[in-house]
Design a binder for this molecule. Sequence first.
Ligand code: PLP
Length: 450
Amino acid sequence: MSISNLAAIDAAHHIHPFSDMKALNAKGTRIITRGEGSHIFDSTGKKYLDGFAGLWCVNIGYGRPEIADAVQRQMNELAYYNAFFGTSTPSATLLAEKIASHTEGHLNHVFFTNSGSEATDTWFRMARVYWQAKGQPEKKIVIARRNGYHGSTVAGASLGGMKHMHQQAGSEITGIAHIGQPYWYAEGGELTPHEFGLKAAKELEDKIAELGADKIAAFVAEPIQGAGGVIVPPDSYWPEIQRICTENDILLVADEVICGFGRLGQWFGHQHFKVKPDLAPVAKGLSSGYLPIGAVLISDRVADVMINEVGDFFHGFTYSGHPVSAAAALENLRIIEDEKLVERVRDDIGPYFTKAWKSLEDHDLVGTAENVGLMGALQMAAEKKTRQRFTKADDFGSYVRNVCLENGLVLRATGDRMLASPPLVITEEEVDFMVKVTRLGLDAAWKVRG
Ligand code: PLP
């Protein structure tokens, strides 16, 4: 099958998520055919370093035969059974235990889903059911953040703070409020990052005062906002958020769909920020994307009510705890443990990446280079000193991304930020390549700026 055939078939039949279809069909879809380690190959044979791990998910890298073997074994033994009405399978049960073993000891229960978006819908309903069972059914509102991302289901898109998603479908559900994001570079003005972190957290306190704590079920946030642009919060932010949620008796939900399973150099992002969430949706790195699976990690506080007061939670998916996805996830977690990938990100390749990524700050286009572990962003700036940003029309992000792509590197762009999230197995030489090609892209953008 030639590439032109596949691209033509794709244009004729395939509507892609989050893609401008008219532009894509004119240009032709890139068909990815193979992956190995940190690299992917397209149908022309071109090789790319995947600096984005697919969609922030291929933590163990591509092409691991151990996962294929585990999946084949499970397929042959039991391709499907469900977790409804009093049954489970060995892989689903053992996976729940394994995930819980990597939390700080208070997230001991797991509800399985097929994706991060379904995990969002699951904790959203669970948080409300929790308060109903506690005799406070009026505690229903969930507070989320502008420019946050929690998935594409109706609840996910409503909770997410992406304006364009709200405007397009007009399908926001009620009982959701939004506050600002801890994005110091863009919104911090004259404040220090520390002061701005406190100010951003105070927005939660003010919103609670406005709506009434007795009306609010939960606050949700990503430990580091991913799709919003890898917004690393100032150090002062998370401790304040924890204090405010505790003092107002509001459930704290840490959306770990990106940060979970090693990306920040801890098993979960909330551990990096020393926060204790009540609920934590996960997906992506749980199976390194080898098969679809997500979950909600549930604290003892919530699980106790769900088990002893609610009993039957009228919620679930045909494929909750699918045994083949669970077998892939179990093998993925074994690899992360045995190869000490979390420790590698914390102590070894993470610090190496930090140094290499930071070296880009000397570029005229770069305002700041930020990262925690292997999740990083370059903030481009029209003027470094005043932190003046480019306008949307400049679209340097897309320009740099395209030059990188031509030169064999996949990165993501959101406006004036370049995002990186490579596999946790990336080597030092591959990090050097990432930085070298990113610099090429920045140089090319600097030239067109004139
Ligand atoms: N939550 C966060 C933080 C995400 O980044 C994503 C996806 O990127 C989701 C939820 C939704 O996950 P999924 O695409 O698996 O439905």
